[in-house]
Design a protein around this ligand. Structure first.
Ligand code: PEP
Ligand code: MN
Length: 272
């Protein structure tokens, strides 16, 4: 049975979340949050940010604390990464979305970021969710790779109960038996979350597919399904990226990507 009223209520009116002056929600233009998986250097981040801004993005993503499955993988620049993102975002007049991995990291991340990302591996980390909810920053809550829609809504509800109204849900794919993609992007999650909450929903076609050649079609499917935005990995030289190069769009092709998303947005009566 479908609920007659939303189970999880976000910010009023109509669940619009504002990040660094950029409004995300069903009444707003489609927002594209873009940047590298990891912040690698000032030059790499500035080059990426300049390219995505030129294509129309107003919010930057980038990882300073990276939740890498292997201990041999690049773990991020930490505080230096946060400083780089803030410096570049301020220079370009953009906002920063970045992940905090632990409750005791939240205050530091909140100092530099405009929105705190909770990664898929941490959706169930109650102490982290509580710290993010109390940080005063909007939160991007990524659905866990083995979490049901109900579970991600309950995680959001827990943060809402702590007074955090500014929550955006991100569908980033689930781990399934399908080996051709890194994860299986659950497009129906988008309208389902919207039926059951007033929270904005965005789609991550980068982690959702793990493949550059699938990022655009997956992004378009997300927008067609009603997503309020996208979070996309972009790198000036994906072949030498320290993380997730294989799923990163090339910075010089990001404009083309945005043009495709804009056409789909128009088809579903949205703007970008
Ligand atoms: C990321 O956004 O870089 C990331 C690690 O995503 P996820 O938590 O969805 O794997
Ligand atoms: Mn990544």
């Amino acid at each position: 049975m479908r609920p007659t009223a939303p189970e999880v209520r976000g910010a009023e009116p109509a669940g619009v979340v504002v990040v660094a002056g950029v409004s995300i929600g069903p009444t707003e233009p489609i927002r594209v949050i873009a940047g590298p998986c990891s912040v690698e250097s000032l030059e790499q981040f500035r080059e990426t940010a300049t390219a995505v801004k030129a294509a129309g993005a107003r919010l930057l993503r980038g990882g300073a604390f990276k939740p890498r499955t292997s201990p041999y993988s690049f773990q991020g620049l930490g505080r230096e990464g946060l400083e780089i993102m803030r410096e570049v975002a301020d220079d370009l007049g953009m906002g920063v979305v970045t992940e905090a991995m632990a409750a005791d990291e939240v205050a530091l991340v909140a100092e530099f970021a405009d929105m705190i990302q909770i990664g898929a591996r941490n959706m169930d980390n109650r102490a982290l969710l509580d710290a993010a909810a109390s940080s005063g920053r909007p939160v991007l809550l990524k659905r866990g790779m083995a979490a049901t829609v109900d579970e991600v809504l309950r995680a959001a509800e827990g943060m809402a109960a702590r007074g955090c109204g500014e929550i955006v849900i991100c569908e980033r794919g689930s781990r399934t038996f399908e080996p051709s993609t890194r994860n299986s992007l659950d497009i129906s999650c988008v309208p389902e979350v919207k039926l059951r909450s007033t929270l904005p929903v965005i789609v991550d076609p980068s982690h959702g597919t793990g493949r550059r050649d699938l990022v655009t079609p997956a992004a378009l499917a997300g927008v067609a399904a009603g997503a309020d935005g996208l979070i996309v990995e972009v790198h000036p030289e994906p072949d030498v990226a320290l993380s997730d190069g294989e799923q990163s769009l090339r910075a010089d092709s990001f404009g083309e990507f945005v043009a495709s998303v804009r056409r789909m947005a128009r088809a579903v009566n949205r703007t970008l």
